[in-house]
Design a protein around this ligand. Sequence first.
Ligand code: HEC
Ligand code: CU
Length: 352
Amino acid sequence: MFAEVPLFPEQASTTAQRVDALFFFLCAVCGTMAVLIAGLVLFFAFKYHRRAEDERTPRITGNNPLEWFWTITPLFVFLIMFLWGANIYTSVSLPPPDALEIFVVGKQWMWKIQHPSGQREINELHVPVDQPIKLTLTSEDVIHDFSVPAFRTKIDVIPGRYMQIWFQPTKTGRYHLFCSQYCGTSHANMVGSVYVLEREEFRQWLDSQAATGSLADQGRQLFLKFQCITCHSADASARAPVLEGLYGRIVPLKDGRTTVADDAYLRESILYPEAKIVQGWEPIMPTFKGQVEEEDLIKLLAFIKSLKPGQTPVRNEESLPPLDAPKVPPGGNPKPRQSVPTYQPQGKSNQP
Ligand code: HEC
Ligand SMILES: [Cu+2]
């Protein structure tokens, strides 16, 4: 039975070996010290035990060289552990610029994944091999923890925040995905699989999945649906700042501070617009908290991030058909419709 329980997960990412090396070092140091101390306790207990009723312990006033030795030596050993750990930590938190960004939303009790090209999955994550993958994660409810032991990837997923981690798979195959933070009744079911595919296979997989446009395209539709466009048009003299090229820029604020327009700032601007007011504008933007779900927020962000000069959509009102437009489309309707909605400037209606 125990033969099926792996003692150690596979090493399937570029960080796996580095994490394991540090782990074995920690185990070796702790193990050596534990054995050494336990051994010495036994040895001293035996060697120095009281042999006669009137035996007295000699007065020992200390040994400076010895004390220096056992203070400085552990200090160095701990510093090695710290620097080694900090080195691995920084390298897993700073994704390389060519990383493929995938979005993860944790929710009681599932993982919802969004690919930049619009494909979605639940409790499954398909990625290409030998490619750095950057995950941007958030939660819809409580704290979860995204953990793929084979990649030695593990990060808390916190509501209201974007967390980031990256990994580079080195082997194709299927690996376990866990939520490793107790998050409620069905926490144990919040598991899934990561499929690492050859690049070509991954492309085929993407093609085989239905996607209604890229994340940015879907975000564009939401931008129209939530009427952001009525204020954020392409006209800089309008009611709100133009959002083109905003991402990554330094934004001057009303109170004299500045901030970088990163993911967290965009998120805050939509959910808590009053938190940071852009210099030169009035705080008239309504909050979209409670209206925009986490997954939609990711799409809106993808849209704003991709928005280049000249790409702001045209406002709906500006594209109304002219008043004398034909009521029947060219080519004619097969059956005459009962009620054709017509534009009535006086506010009257011709509905029956
Ligand atoms: C009623 C008009 C209005 C609507 C609707 C509106 N906004 Fe705004 N928005 C503003 C104004 C005004 C500002 C600048 C003042 C501020 O920071 O709150 C702003 C600021 C922002 C900023 C920060 C801009 C910058 O230059 O730093 C973002 C991002 C943003 N809005 C996104 C959105 C999105 C997305 C929507 C739709 C879900 C939306 N807004 C809907 C008026 C609006
Ligand atoms: Cu969970």
